[in-house]
Design a protein around this ligand. Structure first.
Ligand SMILES: [Zn+2]
Length: 313
């Protein structure tokens, strides 16, 4: 009898864990405003699950605009299946917030359906340089060849440098604005704004509860872009990774990248001058100085090594 109690607790705990796991699998799109849905992948940050990158859609009279397409053809198909559960309208546009693979490589699924791929000129250039190499060496980003089966690099055919407006119909709430101020997370990182619904898809300018990837970032430009979001009229903010966010998350992100930048520079200079410490222990010291974030733990060392430590030749 004594032993049956822990066994039943264990069974209950196991059943609960399985339930939680299946809930995490069932993603689906979430309506966040009139015609606007977010696709938020927080629960599974495996590389094959696009490092939990987010996406979204806007549905207009004339068709659908997709914001970001995840890490691969396989992942793009997952998104497409969930879009089809919400709308059967044609997919007219795909906007890629930036050229990183976890947001951009599912685009081939949508261009095959006739969608026009839209992106910033500089991130088009980035993907043109890096994309094919990544398909040949998927291990560079933690993926396997099987993860990238069927994936082809598709570059935007419609590009812009500062602003672009896309209209999915004639109604005010069918207007989508693409905004690029300055280099931030990447050279061409773009905000997607629905002025009527007051919704902004921030792409990787905003990571919430994730340690961000900063290795290719421009810190002053990034701060400026976060300040711009802070001043925007918004009812919902969708980050590139993490849950639906608030202005507080935007402020926290600003603090995080500024603190990271200042402390990483100090530690790198002290480490290099002292000469004694290896990058892993310097990064561990850095992590202690940063606010806790539950996801993307390995990113602290990665950012530190590629952005702040001089390459050893
Ligand atoms: Zn990114």
């Amino acid at each position: 009898m004594r032993r049956s109690i822990p066994a039943s607790i264990l069974a209950f705990a196991l059943a609960f864990a399985l339930m939680a796991a299946s809930a995490a699998q069932a993603q689906g799109l979430t309506k966040i405003a009139e015609n606007v849905y977010s696709y938020v992948g927080v629960k599974n940050d495996a590389p094959s699950h696009s490092y939990a990158a987010n996406a979204g859609i806007v549905i207009g009279s004339d068709g659908v605009l997709v914001i970001d397409t995840l890490a691969s053809a396989k992942e793009g198909k997952r998104l497409l299946k969930d879009i089809r559960a919400v709308t059967k309208k044609p997919i007219k546009y795909v906007v890629t917030t930036h050229g990183h693979f976890d947001h951009a490589l599912g685009a081939c699924v949508f261009t095959d359906l006739g969608a026009t791929l839209v992106g910033h000129e500089l991130d088009r250039e980035y993907l043109a340089k890096r994309g094919e190499g990544l398909l040949k060496k998927p291990q560079m980003v933690g993926l396997t060849p099987a993860d990238l089966a069927g994936t082809r690099i598709k570059l935007p055919t419609l590009t812009f440098t500062e602003r672009m407006t896309i209209r999915l119909g004639t109604k005010a709430n069918e207007t989508v604005e693409l905004i690029h101020l300055t280099p931030s997370h990447t050279a061409g990182s773009t905000l997607v704004y629905l002025p009527q619904q007051k919704v902004v898809f921030a792409g990787d300018v905003l990571f919430t509860d994730f340690h961000p990837f900063m290795g290719e970032g421009d810190i002053p430009g990034w701060v400026k872009t976060l300040d711009f979001i802070q001043d925007m009229d918004t009812t919902a903010i969708i980050p590139g990774h993490g849950p639906l966010s608030t202005k507080k998350d935007v402020a926290d992100m600003r603090d995080y990248i500024q603190l990271f930048d200042a402390k990483a520079k100090e530690l790198a200079a002290a480490g290099v001058n002292g000469g004694a410490k290896d990058p892993a222990s310097l990064a561990a010291e850095l992590k202690k100085l940063l606010p806790a974030r539950s996801q993307g733990q390995g990113m602290v060392q990665y950012n530190f090594m590629i952005k702040y430590l001089p390459a050893k030749n």
